[in-house]
Design a protein around this ligand. Structure first.
Ligand SMILES: NC(=O)c1ccc[n+]([C@@H]2O[C@H](COP(=O)([O-])OP(=O)(O)OC[C@H]3O[C@@H](n4cnc5c(N)ncnc54)[C@H](O)[C@@H]3O)[C@@H](O)[C@H]2O)c1
Ligand SMILES: O=C(O)C[C@H](O)C(=O)O
Length: 343
């Protein structure tokens, strides 16, 4: 009897130890800045459903406590806290965060380019980046706010100015482009999008979004190919038009942002072979003066583990890449110049 109880206690002990080490590995605080917005709300919902998240800090200049109270009733373990506007509450929201997602800023209306958002969103991202560089300098920074091609370099410059820049932990979220590329090709081919994976490289706006269909072994020709490429490059405009002035993609973006955060969490918790496309400081086209570029990136415990090369492309894809690189260089330099002049 005594021996049996002792044996069962030691089994329980082992189970508890396992449970403890599993939960210790999964103690991850995630902060969403802009949590009250069109992306922020469904993104917060999806993060609340993620068992890898232990604490969710929701910050916005308006509405975050309401969103937090709402999602906090969902019966998953994570603790949710909402933070009102203000430097102190922003600092509190960020302290201890391992992942910071930034969807704060204004969205497009019909007729606007993402670059038209620069004047408003550059300073929003700069201020949030400053707070993060101080409160959680080692966090993974996931930039969603447009224009991503410029807001990522702005964030990098802010972190550099505070002496805490780590290129392995700064990501422009371009996941929505591959989500679209997969969905749109499945519509062309009448297949299941779950089985369709298309590499997309470059940046996140119009001609800087370059789908490399040839790498999936898919051959579209002529008008069909042109229409497919245009749809991937300008998928965001489809949503902007359809919403008629009420904003841009929010729900599909929340899914894409949650997917990228989940991939980072998996990699941070030791899973190998986690690959996502993302816009990072990249050596791939540095010789042409393009210092950030989105390609497939293997994620690891410390963020970026390996930046995959672009790989084999067709002559037509190379032409698309050439246009992309020209635009990207301009977008990146614009962000860097602006933040140096407006620190
Ligand atoms: N990377 C992508 O693929 C992608 C996809 C879709 C949208 N976006 C971009 O994401 C951004 C947000 O889009 P949305 O539809 O959620 O817009 P939205 O207007 O619905 O929400 C933005 C939120 O940001 C908040 N905000 C503004 N200034 C802030 C500050 N200083 N601190 C904290 N919060 C602040 C607002 O209060 C608002 O709640 C836009 O710039 C949009 O272009 C990017
Ligand atoms: O199109 C936009 O402005 C939002 C976003 O960048 C998108 O691709 O949907």
């Amino acid at each position: 009897m005594f021996a049996a109880r002792k044996a069962s206690q030691s089994v329980l002990g082992a189970v508890n130890r396992r449970a403890f080490s599993a939960s210790a590995a999964q103690l991850t605080k995630v902060a969403v800045l802009g949590a009250g917005g069109g992306i922020g709300q469904p993104l917060s919902l999806l993060l609340k459903l993620n068992p890898r998240v232990s604490e969710l800090a929701l910050y916005d200049i308006k509405g975050a406590p309401g969103v937090a109270a709402d999602v906090s009733h969902i019966n998953t373990k994570s603790v949710v806290k909402g933070y009102d506007a203000g430097a102190e509450s922003l600092k509190e929201a960020l302290t201890g965060a391992e992942i910071v997602l930034i969807p704060a800023g204004v969205p497009r209306k019909p007729g606007m380019t993402r670059d038209d958002l620069f004047n408003t969103n550059a300073s929003i991202v700069r201020e949030l980046a400053k707070a993060a560089a101080e409160a959680c300098p080692n966090a993974n920074m996931l930039i969603i706010s447009n224009p991503v091609n410029s807001t990522v370099p702005i964030t990098a410059e802010v972190f550099k100015s505070k002496g805490v820049y780590n290129p392995k932990r700064l990501f422009g979220v371009t996941t929505l482009d591959v989500v679209r590329a997969s969905r749109f090709i499945s519509q062309v081919k009448s297949t299941d999008p779950a089985n369709e994976s298309v590499t997309v490289v470059g940046g996140h706006s119009g001609a800087t979004i370059v789908p490399l269909l040839s790498q999936s072994g898919i051959e579209l020709k002529g008008e069909e190919l042109a229409a497919y490429i245009k749809r991937v490059q300008f998928g965001g405009d489809e949503v902007v038009q359809a919403k008629g002035g009420a904003g841009s993609a929010t729900l599909s973006m929340a899914m894409a942002g949650a997917r990228f955060a989940e991939s980072l969490l998996k990699a941070a918790q030791g899973e190998k072979g986690v690959i996502e496309p993302t816009f990072v400081e990249s050596p791939l086209y540095k010789d042409q003066g393009v210092t950030y570029f989105a390609s497939n990136v293997e994620l690891g415990k410390d963020g970026v583990e390996k930046i995959h090369p672009v790989g084999k492309v067709t002559a037509h894809e190379q032409e698309l890449l050439d246009v992309c690189l020209k635009d990207l260089k301009t977008n990146i330099e614009k962000g860097e110049k602006w933040v140096k002049e407006n620190p």
